[in-house]
Design a protein. Structure first.
Length: 151
């Protein structure tokens, strides 16, 4: 972080406190409530590289396990997101790195706002997902998988 933000230990402590109090979640909800164009949303996922020391740390007793999984590039976490047309996050879902886009789509489906269009990449080309969106009256633009039957 830039030095203007203060000492790294103070930043970490603030991040930890704010995460536990769900302040970041409230900030996302506030941003999502202000989004202007309500006709189109996008769904996508990205990998977050886990530091090598994060993979060896044991979870606290009674706590949740770490969402870290092994993929070709090493140990990663995967962040699935629904974003508005201005790229602002509306909802996020975190999984282990090796989890497919279908799992993220299933988790985020119920939180989709009432929109006309959903844009996504080939990772979201599944018949069940297309049907679920059609049932909600959402048109989608998702390119078909290379080996999928033609629609």
């Amino acid at each position: 972080m830039p030095a203007a933000y203060g000492p790294h230990k103070k930043l970490y402590n603030r991040w930890k406190r704010w995460s536990e109090k769900r302040i970041f979640a409230q900030m996302l909800v506030g941003l999502a409530a202000e989004h202007g164009e309500e006709k189109t949303v996008m769904i996508d996922a990205t990998y977050l590289k886990a530091h090598r020391t994060a993979t060896s740390m044991a979870a606290k007793k009674g706590g949740r396990g770490r969402l870290i999984g092994r993929i070709k590039g090493g140990m990663n976490t995967k962040l699935h997101a629904i974003r508005d047309s201005r790229e602002r996050p509306l909802n996020l879902y975190v999984t282990a790195g090796q989890v497919g886009d279908y799992i993220g789509a299933r988790a985020l489906l119920s939180s989709l706002p009432d929109v006309d269009w959903l844009l996504g990449d080939r990772g979201y080309d599944a018949d069940w997902f297309r049907e679920a969106l059609k049932d909600r009256g959402i048109r989608l633009w998702i390119p078909g998988r290379k080996h999928a039957r033609s629609r």
